[in-house]
Ligand binder design. Structure first.
Ligand code: NAP
Length: 486
């Protein structure tokens, strides 16, 4: 198989917050990989912008160090690094002041042949300042694109405000709200598997699916992000955005075309069809550590925080396709292993022709986002050898690295893909403003109920699968969570 790299048109990309953690760890290493694969036109420029006093040369040195730190050793040559760095520039700018905007205007091309993209890799409180100054200084042309990062608000009110601030200066078609989960290869493959094969879509409904599980488990704790995280919690940090987006892609109706509004219209309908969950369909947890002194409360330096670092919930979608099919979502920090996986658990066959010792089996389609991105379909076959008809489940494994060999190594990571989609002007994998607001409309009453009741989350030991009650959520209905495997 030959990897196809489709070059993009000439662009100028300004990264506000170009010296920050996200830019150094994800955005610039991602762009470098695209550069190495030949996707970045030679005249295109990447312009870092922040308050620090840096020359172009100092910025390039810093980004060189970031590439060395965050990309695998020996995965690039000094020649490639130098050529990439030559396309980098830096402007000292204050998002809230007047300094630097004249210099930026001189540097960024504003003509019909150059794509302009502005990545707001700064705190959301600065989005309005940046949007306004890009507009009033006449830097952004009519086709300019802006990219914004999570968190997109902390409730419906703040999300609406943020949307309206951005829309004061930019049209919705110019706004790219990043959810990096949507940029993952497997997520797009999920759509390819669902809508590109005859096999799955006819079974993708309440008649054949018993339930769906979505697990996003992390082994890390809140670490240095404690102050931010404690005001947010797993619901705001993970469920409202990443898990909700995954749920939408699984549950949505087939869009008429794979185009931005067709896909996002269908996702929006799923969010609107979500029932408010009952109190006893939600389990909140907080990690404790008896061994390393890094329990949640120690990490956020508070004895009385009631913020959840874990959440498990059972959701129902009120429509014909999914009536009666529970969607179980689970996410948490300091869990047993790091994994992100979606599993569609099909119903058992209606009648078994085999004797009862052969057991009852069900097919499970598992979509792994990390690690080892891939899709596995569990099928039941006869256990080989003598001894009668004994059945066994085996995986039909579609792990990309195995199936595609070296080709899989060139697969862009989520940030690379999403940034290139911005340059191409393709919004399919970005959240639309009304989707974000609908997700907050569903989330807000749940969080408000927790705040009102002030209940402590259930403790769970680090390195486990979460509080016991999360298992009970499944057991009480004769189901169980699939194992969390690294
Ligand atoms: P960070 O490390 O704190 O970097 C913030 C950047 O903003 C720095 O380059 C800083 O540089 C610049 N900055 C701050 N105030 C400024 C001002 N008034 N004018 C111009 N530049 C200013 O933050 P980050 O972790 O990179 O996160 C950036 C955004 O991405 C945030 O919205 C965050 O929530 C989001 N995000 C981050 C991650 C991640 O993994 N880091 C993941 C998801 C989302 P100076 O101090 O030199 O101005």
């Amino acid at each position: 198989m030959v990897s196809r790299v489709i070059p993009v048109d000439d662009f100028d990309l300004v990264i506000f917050g170009g010296t920050g953690d996200l830019a150094r760890r994800k955005i610039l290493p991602g762009l470098f990989r695209r550069f190495c694969s030949g996707q970045m036109p030679a005249q295109s420029r990447i312009i870092g912008a922040a308050r620090s006093e840096l020359s172009d040369a100092a910025f390039r040195r810093d980004i060189k160090a970031a590439l060395e730190e965050f990309l695998p050793k020996d995965s690039f040559s000094a020649k490639e690094v130098k050529a990439f760095l030559d396309q980098l520039h830096y402007v000292r700018i204050d998002a809230t002041g007047t300094e630097g905007w004249g210099a930026l205007k001189k540097l960024v091309r504003n003509d019909k042949d150059t794509i302009q993209a502005f990545y707001f890799s700064v705190a959301p409180s600065l989005f309005g300042d940046l949007a306004e100054r890009l507009h009033t200084n006449k830097i952004a042309g009519p086709g300019a694109r802006i990219v914004v990062e999570k968190p997109f608000g902390r409730d419906l009110g703040s999300a609406k405000k943020l949307n309206s601030t951005l829309r004061d200066h930019f049209d919705e078609s110019q706004i790219y709200r990043i959810d990096h989960y949507l940029g993952k290869e497997t997520v797009q493959n999920l759509m390819a598997v669902r809508f590109g094969n005859m096999l799955f879509e006819p079974l993708w409904n309440a008649q054949y699916v018993d339930h769906v599980q979505i697990t996003v488990a992390e082994t890390v704790g809140v670490g240095g992000r404690g102050a931010y995280y404690d005001k947010s919690g797993a619901m705001r940090d993970m469920v409202q955005n990443h898990l909700m987006q995954l749920l939408c892609l699984i549950a949505m109706e087939p869009p008429s075309h794979f185009d931005p509004d067709a896909v996002r219209d269908e996702k929006l309908k799923v969010i609107r069809a979500l029932d408010p969950p009952k109190r006893d369909d939600i389990v909140r947890g907080q990690y404790e550590s008896a061994t390393d002194g890094k329990g949640y409360l120690e990490e956020v330096e508070s004895n009385d925080s009631i913020t959840e670092s874990f959440i498990a919930m059972k959701l129902a979608i009120s429509n014909w396709r999914w009536a009666g099919v529970p969607f179980y979502l689970r996410t948490g920090k300091r869990m047993k292993a790091r994994t992100s996986e979606i599993s569609i658990v099909f119903k058992e066959t209606p009648h078994s022709i085999f004797d009862k010792d052969s057991g009852r089996h069900r097919n499970i389609l598992s979509i792994r986002l990390q690690p080892n991105e891939g899709i596995t379909l569990g099928v039941t076959i006869k256990e080989p050898g003598p001894g009668g008809m004994r059945l066994v489940d085996v995986p039909l494994d579609m792990t990309f690295a195995d199936a595609l060999g070296p080709e899989a190594e060139g697969v862009p990571d989520a940030y690379e893909r999403l940034i290139m989609d911005v340059i191409r002007g393709n919004q399919t994998l970005f959240m639309r403003g009304d989707e974000v607001e609908a997700a907050w409309s569903w989330t807000d009453p749940i969080i408000e109920d927790w705040t009102r009741r002030g209940e402590r989350p259930k403790p769970y030991d680090v390195g486990t699968t979460g509080p016991e009650d999360a298992a009970v959520l499944m057991h009480r209905e004769g189901r169980r969570w699939l194992d969390i495997k690294a």
